[in-house]
Every structure is written in C-alpha cells, then in structure tokens.
Design a protein around this ligand. Structure first.
Ligand code: NAD
Ligand code: UDP
Length: 326
C-alpha cells in the first residue's frame, strides 16, 4: 500500500482510546508523523505510553467539542466514547463530541485541505429490520431513547461529512464500524467482550442480557485497523459510507460459552433484562468493502478472543497486585 512520509502529519482524534491507540501504532510504523489528540474521557495515556519516546509522535490533551488550530494532512476522527455505559454517562457531551467534534474537525480539514475519515458506527442502523445490513439501508433508530445520543450523534456527523463534501469539496471517508474487540479495550467499559472475559477470569457469573439470543458480529482489532488504513488510502472518488466488520455472526449466549471454554473458567451464565433499544440482530454486509478495498477480516473469533484474554489476564493480575490503578 502506498504510504506517506515523515513530514506528513496525521491527526488521530480519540487516539488514546482502544481503536485510536492501535491506529497510532500502525501509522507510526508506516512512516508518518502522528498527532494523537484525546480528552482522556475513556482513553488513557497507558494505551500510547509505548510511543512517548518516538520522535514522530505527539500527544495533545484536547476536547474536540472545542476548535483547535493545527497543520495536518490527514485526520482520523475517532473521538467519542463507544461503550453504552460511557456514552450514556453524559449523553449531552456524547452528542456534542460527535456533532461539535465533526464540525470542528471538518473545519480543520477545510482550512488545511486535509483528507478526513469519520469513525461512524453500525448503530446508525439502529435495531434493523433488514439483515444483514447494507450501506443503502437507512436504519431504524429511536431518536429519543437512551442510545440516541450516540446513534443520532453519529448519524448527524455523517450528514455533516457529506454536506462538507458536497458544499466544500472536502475529501471524506465514512466508515461504519461494527463491534470490534481486542487488547486495550477498557476492562470496565461494560461492552460484552470485556465484561465476559473479566467475569470469566474472576470466575464470576457471566451476565447475559435478555435470553442471549441477540446476535453480534465481532471483528478483531488488527483487521479493523487494516480496513481503516485501506479506506483512507482508497481512491478519492470512494467516500463511503462503507461497512467494516466481521460478518461471522454469533449469539451472545454462544459468545459467553466460548469465553468460558477458552478461559477454563468455573463461571456460569446469569440472565438480566435486555437494555432498552438493544438491537436484536447485527451483521455487516461487507460486499462493498471487499470489492473496493480488497479487504476482509482474517482473524477468527477464537483466535482473537485468545489474544484478548491473554491481555486481560495480565492486566487484571497486575491490578490485583496493586501495581496499576486502572
Ligand atoms: P474508546 O472509548 O476506547 O475511544 C474513544 C476515545 O475518544 C477515547 O480515548 C476518549 O477519551 C476519546 N474522546 C471521547 N470524547 C472526546 C472528546 N470530546 N474529545 C477528545 N477525545 C474524546 O472507543 P473505541 O472503541 O476505540 O472507539 C473509537 C471510535 O470508533 C469511536 O468514535 C466509536 O464510536 C467508533 N466505533 C467503535 C466501535 C467498536 O466496536 N470499538 C464500533 C463502532 C464505532
Ligand atoms: N451484553 C450482555 N452482557 C453484558 C454486556 C452486554 O449480554 O455484560 C449484550 C448487550 O445487551 C448487547 C450485546 O451484548 O446485546 C453487545 O453489547 P455491547 O455493549 O458490547 O455492544 P452494542 O450493543 O453496542 O453492540
């Protein structure tokens, strides 16, 4: 894949988060200069501490809901809490991060003529009536529920990206990311993979919401970073939106049993009520990504879970020893 040069500055907003930190690693390895911007709401300096001494890495504490003046050539806009417990903690800030954040980053892209990629989400499809979800499906989203700050914020951000493209001729790329997991997920972010692994490693009950028959499709982080890089480097006339995710679909109960098997845990399943507006089925149709980006996920769920379990095992053991304050 053609790469940029060290004089080219790539901004990653939300760069100290789960996906953002892996993206910073990858971009630095490809030879560019990386500016990582984060307000550390859900991200952490620890996620990028391996990069602190790198001569082409810079970390800025900043909230994207406020404008910033930088010189950049590319922007990956990832700043927004992604887990339901975190984005519902301060829903007004969540909408602002998506909407004001998009306006500020698009404004920066307009001034610098940078190419800009938006980390959108499968949540723009809401609780879908069509399955699997294709990019031309407009979604079924509750505009006033507890998930709306995230779903509608991301939908509005997509609108802004397309309007800046039409009105100001900005080079945009819109990725609709489906559930992604891997090392550096926050152990207490409440997402299903991190919850189940943490619970299994502690031999605690595994909390299945609903009857566990709802489905999700889980993409390992390295596959997602490949896809985001390919999308940014794709031809100028390809702007998306494009679904990025792993089309292998599992029920939540199947995931729970896999995690128990892979950890050798003594945990058992307990059932809690399904949260409001929790989508019952989710699987990406990645035909478009396959044909335009020549990309498809490579890492099967069992393998990705093994890497993630090893990461959490080490992290939780360190925390138990009191060496880290997570
Ligand atoms: P994350 O919570 O680990 O990362 C988000 C990062 O953004 C954090 O470092 C956080 O501190 C930062 N942030 C939040 N609000 C900010 C603000 N106002 N200003 C500056 N920084 C801010 O989540 P993630 O899983 O790494 O998700 C990254 C992006 O990908 C998000 O935009 C998310 O919506 C999107 N996405 C992720 C998934 C997934 O499964 N991981 C799925 C769909 C979409
Ligand atoms: N879930 C669960 N137990 C948990 C956490 C989540 O059963 O401890 C379910 C949740 O209700 C949803 C699915 O797992 O149906 C995925 O949840 P997550 O928050 O990871 O992602 P999202 O709902 O945004 O896809």
């Amino acid at each position: 894949m053609p790469r940029l040069h060290d004089y080219q500055q790539v901004l990653v907003t939300g760069g100290a988060g789960f996906l953002g930190s892996h993206l910073c690693d990858r971009l630095l390895a490809s030879g560019v200069t990386v500016v990582c911007l984060d307000n550390f709401f859900t991200g952490n300096r620890r996620n990028v501490e391996q990069l602190f001494d790198h001569p082409r890495f810079e970390l800025i504490r900043h909230d994207v809901t406020f404008p910033i003046h930088l010189e950049v050539d590319e922007i990956y806009n990832l700043a927004c809490a992604a887990s339901p417990i975190h984005y519902q903690f301060d829903p007004v800030q969540t909408t602002k991060s998506s909407v004001h954040g998009a306006i500020n980053m698009l404004g920066l892209a307009k001034r610098t003529r940078a190419k800009i990629l938006q980390a959108s989400t499968s949540e723009v499809y809401g609780d879908p009536e069509v399955h699997p979800q294709r990019e031309d499906y407009w979604g079924r989203v509750n505009p006033i529920g507890p998930r709306s700050c995230y779903d509608e914020g991301k939908r509005c951000a997509e609108t802004l990206f397309f309007d800046y493209h039409r009105q100001h001729k900005l080079q945009i790329k819109v990725a609709r990311i489906f559930n992604t997991y891997g090392p550096r997920m926050h152990p207490n972010d409440g997402r299903v993979v991190s919850n189940f692994i943490r619970q299994a490693l502690h031999n605690e009950p595994i909390t299945v919401y609903g009857d566990g028959s709802q489905t999700r499709s889980f993409c390992y982080v390295s596959d997602m970073i490949d896809a985001l890089e390919s999308l940014m480097q794709s031809s100028d006339d390809f702007i998306g939106p494009v679904n990025l995710g792993n089309p292998s679909e599992f029920t939540i109960a199947e995931l729970a049993r896999k995690v128990i098997d892979l950890t050798g845990s003594r945990s058992y399943l307990v059932y809690h009520p399904l949260p409001q507006d929790d989508p019952l089925q989710r699987r990406p149709d990645i035909t478009l990504a396959r044909s335009t980006l020549d990309w498809q996920p490579k890492v099967p769920l069992d393998e990705g879970l093994r890497h993630t379990i090893a990461y959490f095992d080490e992290l939780l053991t360190t925390r138990a020893r009191g060496a880290s304050s997570l």
